[in-house]
Design a protein around this ligand. Structure first.
Ligand code: ZN
Ligand code: ZN
Length: 199
């Protein structure tokens, strides 16, 4: 019952996996900490420090989405998620700290997988382990899974609407802030880079 919304997340993401389960737990912890249901607008902002499966769960459960601009991605490769509630002026930082114990036999099979072995034995094992791991994450004590702290409230700026320009190379529109100027020509980044590469 507690994890009833996991199905919703799996449907959006396309499959069930440990990463998704981690993101789901983070999202549940965040809405609990902030005392919210879902972010309809931009009152809740989330900064994610990775682009793994977990982020899909964050989007479905918290309503912080890439498209709305209240989900910001920092490419740090860390399992850290910081949420800001603009109304309450409250911030919560959630980092995943989860270590799975593995036997030597399990480690050996994982090694075979990473070395490229795709036999039925190895694949069955991997799938079984993934399913077990997902279940373990969904049922783990919050305290054992997540480290929660309360940094000072310092939210990112609100998403702004930018004026758009037309790229003089491809003719497509581009947000002014992303446009490049080369020899007096306004260019989008792909056109700008293509011209630079040809030189
Ligand atoms: Zn996944
Ligand atoms: Zn262009």
């Amino acid at each position: 019952m507690k994890f009833e919304r996991f199905d919703e997340v799996v449907k959006f993401h396309g499959h069930s996996c440990p990463g998704l389960a981690l993101g789901y737990r983070v999202a549940l912890a965040a809405i609990e900490e902030l005392g919210i249901k879902r972010a309809e607008d931009e009152e809740i902002v989330c900064i994610v420090e990775n682009d793994s499966c977990a982020v899909d769960a964050i989007q479905v459960i918290t309503g912080c989405t890439f498209g709305k601009g209240n989900l910001l991605y920092r490419d740090y490769g860390k399992q850290v998620y910081t949420f800001f509630d603009r109304k309450k002026e409250k911030a919560v930082r959630i980092s995943i700290d989860f270590e799975l114990t593995e036997t030597d036999e399990e480690k050996a099979i994982w090694r075979r997988f990473t070395e490229g072995e795709r036999t039925k034995e190895v694949l069955d094992f991997i799938n079984r382990r993934k399913a077990e791991k997902t279940k373990q994450i969904l049922n783990a004590d919050k305290e054992k899974l997540l480290k929660i702290s309360y940094p000072s409230f310092n939210p990112p700026k609100e998403a702004r609407i930018f004026k758009s320009l037309r790229c003089e190379q491809c003719g497509e529109k581009v947000a002014e802030i992303k446009a490049r100027l080369l020899n007096g020509k306004t260019l989008c980044i792909p056109c700008f880079e293509a011209i630079l590469c040809k030189k």
